[in-house]
Write a protein that binds this ligand. Sequence first.
Ligand code: DGI
Ligand code: FE
Ligand code: FE
Length: 189
Amino acid sequence: MCRKLKQKLNDKRYIHSIGVEYTAANLAFLYGEDVKRARIAGLLHDCAKCIPTDEKLKKAKKLGIPINSSEKANPDLLHGKLGAYYAKEKFGIKDEEILSAIAYHTTGKPAMTLLEKIIFVADYIEPNRKMIFELPEIRKEAYQDIDKAVMHILKNTLDFLDGKSEVIDVMTETTYKYYCHEKSKKDKG
Ligand code: DGI
Ligand code: FE
Ligand code: FE
């Protein structure tokens, strides 16, 4: 699996994928997720990242993957959904939850499963990531309260995209609102 993945990625992306694999394994130890599934999802999550941008759009169209307006404006966002397709077709992954964790690792989605949250968070905090705003805090939160880390990452991403005047995927926004709402329900008791 590693050799095949290495052919599809540049060195930097491959090293990042190994980092996500091991970080996901650690989070799986802590929260009681299946370690093997976490490792596979972590390793493969970016398997479609290095496809050239215009080809991402072409491939997604050809495969009948639904493309929303933000994905059309920024086809790199499609690497999650395309990655889930390749994980299934080229790497033989049949576990739907692994495929979904790969598909939604960039935007998250409302009511994520534990495995989906682990991949979403591991992608952001893995040790090879260049320094991101508040990353040390988020790394600690990931091991104390994974939902807190999920929210913090979404907030950072939305602020970052806002600052760059980038299109914001409706799913990123929806996920953030969902987790804010969940938190306020929990705080009210
Ligand atoms: O693939 P990685 O770099 O490991 O990480 P990722 O899949 O989380 O992708 C990160 C990039 O995606 C980063 O540049 C921010 C961007 N991104 C995340 N959510 C959105 C987004 N970009 C846009 N335009 N809209 C989003 O909602
Ligand atoms: Fe990614
Ligand atoms: Fe990644």
